[in-house]
Design a protein around this ligand. Structure first.
Ligand code: NOJ
Length: 965
């Protein structure tokens, strides 16, 4: 029996809930969030774009000052000034120094700042210690160390002298391997054209929408005409604005930056999470099926969000990928301020010398503050763009194996007995799981870094018990700290909190009531935060199986403007929250990560975050926040997770079952079947919902859920291998179909099915109620086998699959080899020495390849070579299956490799057209200079593929081997 104890803080919980979640769930209240028209800088920039669009005689006031251009061959940097000519009457030129550099990663980077603000030569009456510069540190947070290094190698500048002598208006710089990439820069108006193999890919300012709101003194009355404005600009709320009764003081005045970026010849663009929307992004200027509002990146607490929306969400990755048959491109807009992005798709136009050949996608990026800092990436395939983006911002951290397994969460497991009872019930019901979670009620009065002694009197004992089955616990720690708690008073006293505009610690409401927010953008605060996780502390005890969940880190502020903190609140060094809002959540996790490394430098941290920014993939996982137990919510989860994978942050999940409301058993079962393939696979539920742990669900649903979780564990070796790929080259783990078939346009917008890493497993989980068939799209001419019964499907196009409640539509593409572990264990670590099964699905031409990455699943020893990485190939000409360990290093530590010496491959299943040549009953196995026979069963199944099963080949894991069939 699961006991639910009453708890004193539940009353306050209920009161807070009533304020936050008005009785039972309705849809999100969109009016809480600013539309573009309600956001003064967005309104100004959209107005500017519209005015330019309508005007026939408009000439952009931005030109390159040719005399300022300087190229340094050693660093490969071009420097110069962009000039903004103010309208007649003002007779002033505003200088924006820019820098174009070519990075070691093969990317090109453009930075544009404002001279006057750089020199801090502006006055901000009454705000003495506010930072006067434009915020220029987003890149320091987002980029992996050393990634921004530029170089002159392979970079050649053509025609710069002609520009300087006034003979030319454009010049070209070639860069990249063999000079295959180039950028053509136009002087007046300023434009840039990035080309790959001579073909335009990414155009900057081809629509002339660049708008850099320069510093100017505040006019006596904001409503008076501002003489610094040209005729296309709007004088609107430049110095203050009001929204829902909140006043935003803007002491530095207007400072937005905007630029149009056109993906030439591309009609599909992806990325810029987080939005509850399709994988291929929609247009945003109205029309059937389009949005009326730009996609917005501004981290907010958007509970009960709805599908098909451009509204801002918890995370923000300002990275967009474009893909067409011949090539792919990407743009990373390194800015952490509130950002709106308009998307318009256009048909062909050749009017411009910047030749837009076929359908193109024009995008308009508008950020409230900061500098222009962007990186352009060009490559042949979407995967090549992931690699370039990862080289820059870092790759997904390789998680502990348990973090890639199944997680059981709810708000809340109320006592330590409750936790242990849930744990036991999983075992009694033969359902594996790895991590159990504690939401906010485990704390004493919602003061983080404490345990409520009444309900969790001995957390260490609880964790020891969990450790007996190698399970872990994740506890929530939010960045709002109860004002009267130890940590609350300490951060106040030590000046480590975010401050309000009047320089008092920002005091707001969150779960604990009155709270302060730690300013983890301040290194001292980050160190303080990191220290709270130390082993031996009152909180962590000595439990190394304790992981952390940083929630509400947008930050969420109850009754706050747009659910978050005021933009004019102040962080370290006098930066406003406006400058860095979208990276705050990442800074919290960064501190937690540092705490974990300090706790044990050779144990991989596991941290879940709700808020994220570019670079967050280096620290852990994220999830899609407070979804709802509806079929629509289940459906939209897949495109959302695919989008995060495209944007370099694939370790992502959605609350299985839906956070709000009670799912029907059917919905819950179907959600588990989808969740099996979520990179982060966690069930979670709101405090008001009924208990719904898998073992409580009635049959037949319980068995369906058990099977789905068991399938995750069976496929864990392959899913972990997909994590490995993500950690070295940025490959998505749930892989969009177009990554497999980059030349098939029909696959570009498919987002209700996906591949599992590079296994060739094509999943189309059922996300509709009460269906008896699904249409699965086969995107190429390869043969596909049903994962469970090997039935063959061939022919590009849709195929109908019959489904029962217990069916997960799953096909295996011919040409792949992947690994499974088929024995049931209670948790992933207990599977450590279990044998593997290999599945070989032959392509139509009789080939297959694949790989398997294995390491100890929790330490960093793999970084010094203690891992095994098999590459498998099967060639039906030679009828030989070969396994070659790619790790030829002589590792410093062999602990893991040595421990695998007795682990075997117990079965190999070869699916496809194959007749053994040696014998019908035996294959020849060779490993480590020895050879032996193993038996085979050779079956031809009616209406299914031919299947050959090699039983107990008994090759061991570690060294190379081969099997002759
Ligand atoms: C909001 C989170 O999104 C949700 O998952 C969590 O249960 C609640 N905060 C309470 O901590």
């Amino acid at each position: 029996m699961v006991t639910i104890s009453t708890h004193s803080s539940w009353l306050s919980s209920a009161i807070a809930l009533l304020c936050l979640f008005p009785i039972l769930v309705k849809a999100v209240d969109k009016s809480v969030f600013k539309s573009c028209a309600e956001s003064s800088f967005c309104k100004r920039n959209r107005h500017y774009a519209d005015a330019i669009d309508r005007s026939q005689f408009w000439a952009s006031p931005y030109e390159v000052q040719t005399s300022s251009l300087k190229y340094d061959i050693w660093t490969g940097k071009l420097e110069g000034n962009l000039i903004k000519n103010l309208p007649n009457g003002v007779q002033e030129q505003i200088i924006f120094p820019f820098e174009l550099s070519f990075l070691v990663s093969g990317n090109a980077r453009l930075k544009i700042d404002e001279e006057r603000r750089m020199k801090q030569n502006i006055s901000i009456p009454g705000f003495g210690n506010l930072n006067k510069q434009r915020y220029n540190q987003a890149a320091e947070w987002a980029l992996a160390s050393g990634a921004a290094q530029s170089m002159g190698e392979n970079v050649t500048v053509h025609g710069l002298e002609d520009i300087q002598n006034g003979f030319a208006q454009t010049f070209e710089i070639t860069y990249g391997p063999g000079g295959s990439k180039s950028v053509v820069m136009s002087m007046n108006p300023f434009k840039m054209d990035f080309r790959n193999q001579g073909e335009s890919q990414v155009l900057l300012n081809s629509d002339g929408l660049i708008n850099l709101e320069h510093w100017r003194p505040q006019p006596a009355n904001d409503q008076l005409f501002d003489f610094q404005l040209n005729e296309m600009e709007l004088n609107h709320d430049m110095w203050a604005d009001q929204f829902k009764g909140f006043k935003d003081t803007k002491p530095r005045g207007p400072e937005s930056i905007a630029l149009d970026i056109t993906f030439s010849g591309y009609s599909h663009v992806y990325g810029i999470p987080e939005h509850s929307d399709t994988l291929s992004l929609r247009q945003t200027r109205g029309g059937y099926g389009n949005h009326d509002e730009p996609y917005r990146l501004y981290n907010v607490d958007i509970f009960e969000y709805e599908p098909n929306s451009a509204l801002p969400m918890y995370g923000a990755i300002p990275f967009m990928q474009a893909h067409k048959q011949e090539s792919s491109a990407g743009v990373f807009w390194i800015n952490a301020a509130d950002t709106y992005i308009d998307i318009i798709k256009t048909a062909a136009s050749n009017e411009d010398s910047f030749d837009i050949t076929s359908a193109s996608t024009r995008t308009h990026w508008m950020s409230e503050a900061g500098i222009i800092d962007l990186v352009v990436m060009m490559g042949d395939t979407p995967g090549s763009i992931n690699k370039l983006y990862g080289d820059l911002t870092g790759f997904t951290t390789l998680p502990q194996l348990s973090a890639a397994s199944y997680h059981q969460c709810r708000w809340n497991y109320n006592t330590q007995d409750d936790v242990l009872e849930v744990d036991e019930n999983f075992d009694l019901n033969d359902i594996p799981y790895d991590v159990i979670w504690l939401d906010i009620e485990y704390t004493k009065d919602r003061s983080y870094f404490t345990w409520d002694p009444a309900t969790f009197p001995n957390p260490e004992l609880m964790m020891q018990k969990l450790d007996e089955s190698k399970r872990k616990l994740t506890a929530i720690i939010d960045p709002h700290l109860k004002a009267s708690s130890r940590v609350g008073s300490e951060i106040k006293a030590q000046g480590l909190a975010i401050h309000d505009k009047d320089r008092n610690p920002f005091l707001g409401q969150c779960w604990p009531g009155d709270s302060y927010w730690i300013d983890t953008t301040n290194v001292d605060a980050r160190n303080y935060w990191a220290n709270q996780y130390a082993l031996g502390s009152e909180f962590a005890g000595n439990s190394t199986n304790l992981f952390i969940w940083n929630d509400m880190n947008e930050p969420s502020v109850f009754h706050g403007v747009e659910t978050t903190i005021n933009r004019d609140s102040i962080h370290i060094d006098g930066w406003e929250n406006r400058d860095l809002h979208n990276l705050y959540g990442m800074s919290v996790v960064n501190g937690t990560y540092e705490g974990f490394i300090a706790r044990d430098a050779n144990s991989r941290p596991f941290i879940l975050t709700r808020s994220f920014f570019a670079g967050s993939q280096r620290f852990g996982a994220a999830w899609t926040g407070d979804n709802v137990a509806t079929w629509e919510s289940l459906q939209i989860a897949t495109p959302m997770l695919l989008t995060n994978g495209v944007a370099g942050m694939p370790f992502m999940g959605a609350d299985v079952g839906g956070f709000f409301k009670n799912p029907t058993s059917e919905l819950l079962a179907r959600w588990y079947q989808s969740g099996t393939f979520y990179p982060f696979f966690r069930a979670h539920a709101h405090i008001d919902t009924k208990r719904r742990e898998p073992f409580l669900v009635a049959e037949p649903y319980k068995s369906v859920i058990r099977d789905a979780i068991k399938l995750r564990y069976a496929l864990l070796p392959s899913i972990y291998t997909a994590f490995y790929h993500a950690s070295v080259d940025g490959s998505p783990i749930m892989m969009p179909v177009y990554y497999y078939t980059p030349k098939n346009e029909r696959s570009f917008a498919i987002d209700d099915q996906f591949f599992v890493g590079n296994t060739g497993i094509l999943a189309k989980p059922v996300v509709q109620q009460d269906v008896d068939s699904v249409e699965i799209y086969i995107p190429d001419d390869e043969v596909y086998y049903d994962y469970f019964n090997y039935h063959c499907y061939e022919g590009m196009g849709y195929h109908s699959l019959k489904v029962e409640l217990d069916t997960i539509p799953l096909l295996s593409r011919g040409g792949h080899i992947y690994a499974r572990r088929d024995r049931f264990r209670r948790s992933s670590e207990l599977m450590k020495f279990d044998p593997f099964t290999l599945i070989v699905t032959l392509s139509k031409s009789g080939f297959a390849k694949g790989d398997l990455y294995i390491d100890d699943g929790n330490s960093f020893d793999h970084q010094s070579g203690d891992f095994i990485h098999y590459e498998f190939t099967f060639n039906s000409g030679f009828k030989k299956l070969m396994a070659v360990n790619q790790n030829k290093s002589n590792p410093d530590t062999h602990k893991f490799i040595d421990g695998m010496a007795n682990v075997t491959i117990e079965k190999i299943i070869i699916v496809g057209d194959l007749t053994p040549t040696r014998s019908d009953s035996q294959v020849r196995v060779s490993q480590n200079t020895e050879s032996w026979d193993a038996s085979i069963v050779n079956k031809s199944l009616t209406s299914s593929a031919h299947v050959l099963v090699i039983k107990k080949p008994n090759v061991t894991i570690g060294t190379d081997w081969e099997i002759q069939v």
